[in-house]
Design a protein around this ligand. Structure first.
Ligand code: ACO
Length: 323
């Protein structure tokens, strides 16, 4: 089996910044409520840039960081639940934009766990020898699927994309991966797709394609599943929580991270946080954070770090890596 390493990262967010104060002119909310409940101060909102445009922006930066040409890429996976089209896939649109014509391309849907699922899929492709160099992207434009009159959801999310280049290597860059799902939690986080609309089906009132969420239950789920995700990847290694330099969790809520750090007795300083600047960018949040960590030189060669995603489905996943 081949070993696999991250050799480059990139991220791309829309230029438009929407602050909490700005949101309070649209819905009945305020900076104090949003900041104290979530840690979010501002988010980036697309002015019409598509998911594939954000994904391509992140991909170009990741290729540049890795120092490889687009032809080297033989696999592109985009984790998203806000594609430009049902068909073609976002990954095919990225392929065209970055001219990575040697790649097999597909999208993957696992909501906010999408990046971990895509990372695991790319990892398995390279492990098995079917791929050598893969571009793994998490990209979402939630601004197009939010009900902007629903203050309980619209204040939480932002748009963005992050990418990593995975490559076959000598060193064990990815040490362990873990994923899981529970479809019994299907109603806790939803966004309906198109409804039946044919002469052969009864007419129905099509639900709107907007996000709805049972915030309290999702909070409970996340604070239970994240410790399990961390334990699962550590279990399959000889390491303990003490050995880990950084925990990069899906950026959904700063309070959630505080609670998990207390529950697991892990110093909160080890949890990377950028939610105050981006809000919850779904599949993009982990690779955006990872790119910031890389660009700021926070991780040194040999450092261990853990990624954890969780979200709609319900879905979850984690990875233990060595830089
Ligand atoms: N501004 C002001 N007041 C608000 C707002 C707002 N934006 N939103 C809700 N409120 C009000 C509610 O109406 C409620 O008022 P009431 O008591 O008069 O009825 C009050 O604030 C409390 O609302 P709660 O829902 O109880 O607030 P809570 O403390 O649970 O915080 C939150 C809500 C932040 C959403 C929290 O539950 C949470 O973070 N949950 C997890 C969300 C999450 O992680 N989602 C992403 C999952 S990943 C994915 O796959 C998308």
């Amino acid at each position: 089996m081949n070993e696999v390493q991250i050799i480059g990262t990139g991220s791309y967010v829309p230029a438009q910044i929407i602050t909490n104060d700005h949101l309070s002119t649209i819905v009945e909310t305020n900076d104090e409520w949003i900041s104290s409940r979530t840690g979010i101060k501002e988010r980036r909102i697309s002015k019409g840039e598509t998911t594939s445009a954000l994904a391509s922006g992140a991909a170009k930066k990741a290729l540049e960081d890795a120092g490889i040409s687009p032809e080297t890429i033989d696999l592109i996976i985009v984790a998203t639940m806000t594609p430009d089209y049902f068909m073609p896939s976002t990954a095919c649109l990225v392929q065209k934009e970055i001219k990575a014509y040697n790649a097999t391309c597909f999208d993957l849907s696992a909501a906010c766990s999408g990046f971990l699922y895509a990372l695991n899929t790319g990892y398995q492709f390279i492990r098995s020898g079917q791929s050598n160099t893969a571009l793994i992207i998490g990209a979402d434009t939630y601004s197009k699927i939010l009900d902007w009159s629903d203050r309980s959801t619209c204040v939480l999310f932002g748009d963005g994309a992050g990418a990593v280049v995975l490559q076959k290597c000598e060193n064990k860059g990815i040490i362990a991966m873990y994923t899981g799902s529970d479809g019994r939690g299907d109603t806790l986080l939803t966004c309906p797709a198109v409804a039946h609309n044919s002469p052969f089906s009864p007419a129905i009132d099509a639900p709107k394609s907007v996000v709805s969420m049972d915030g309290k239950e999702v909070f409970r789920f996340a604070t239970t599943i994240v410790p399990k995700c961390i334990e699962e990847v550590l279990k399959s290694s000889s390491y303990t929580t003490e050995d880990i330099k950084y925990y990069v969790l899906h950026q959904a809520n700063a309070r959630m991270m505080d609670l998990i750090s207390k529950k697991m007795n892990i110093d909160i300083e080890k949890f990377y946080k950028n939610i105050e600047r981006y809000g919850n960018t779904s599949a993009a949040s982990i690779p955006i954070a990872l790119d910031e960590i890389n660009q700021n030189g926070i991780l040194k060669k040999g450092d261990l770090f853990i990624l954890v995603g969780f979200g709609g489905g319900l879905t979850w996943g984690s990875a233990l890596l060595q830089w």
